[in-house]
Design a binder for this molecule. Sequence first.
Ligand code: UDP
Length: 319
Amino acid sequence: MTRSIVTGGAGFLGSHLCDFLIAQGHQVACLDNLITGHKENIAHLAKNPNFRFLNRDVAKPLPSSLGKAHFVFHLASPASPAADSSKGYMAHSLKTIEANTVGTRLLLEYCQKTGSRFLYTSTSEVYGTPLEHPQKETYWGNVNPFGPRSCYDESKRLGETFVYEFIHKFKVNARIVRLFNTYGPRLNEADGRVVSNLITQALKGQALTVYGNGSQTRSFCYVSDLVRGLWKAVSLPRTAGEIFNLGNPHETSILQFAKLVKELCGKPGAKIIKKPLPQDDPIKRKPDISKAKKHLGWSPEIPLKEGLDQTINWYRSRI
Ligand code: UDP
């Protein structure tokens, strides 16, 4: 039986990946220290004999009970930039740095020993405030190394360097995916991200908060599309040693996005209020996914409206 390890498996993306792998018949060991993940996200898997949850910090040595896995997915890291969120990476800056650096190294050492295939989830944040648009994997980025987002951006970059070293020094079968904004059910309300904030505000009849003038852009990928891409990136031949952007190239301004959320939540009259743009908030972001299309035969299929409808239904059922 195929065995997989998913770090950060109780998080938003990690829990969807666990679902996908279990549906494919894998045995899954889900590692999470629950600082930003939630047991609720994996509660439905608890009784599945192929699923195991380990409450672990990835920056600590792996338990010997793990045995050999075929695939290791390293997703564990806080990922929300919201400065006022207890779930954001700024609140957990040192843990974020450790998960992406020490954690990545420990997992690579494990893969070196076991011969497992490794997938490291990096981020579009490695491109910082990009001077190239859209962003290709070959772009080196424009990142502030000494600011509030640096704990995330720079530790993800160093994580990539660990992957590079283990590929070249020790021939570990590893690849990197750079994830762009992803959304869907289980995106935690307390995250303070634009998707969760605006939907919950609209559904509660509150004003929608747009930071800056709302002209900054993002490209939102629905979670099921993303998870399909993760699986292709790890399982297909000739993916070792490669980097792939995974995201939806459909770009929208945050103001347009807020208007769409109002409409889809059935609150066309809701107010939009402006708040200051956070420091180092990237002005634009859109993946160039030609490499993933060509090498993986992957591209997103779920249009923004359809994905948002699904997401809004999930929030509606909780409010
Ligand atoms: N944003 C916003 N209102 C909010 C939360 C975020 O206008 O309530 C903006 C934020 O400044 C950024 C974009 O939406 O320009 C996406 O923010 P998010 O935190 O979701 O992720 P990021 O892409 O910055 O990592």
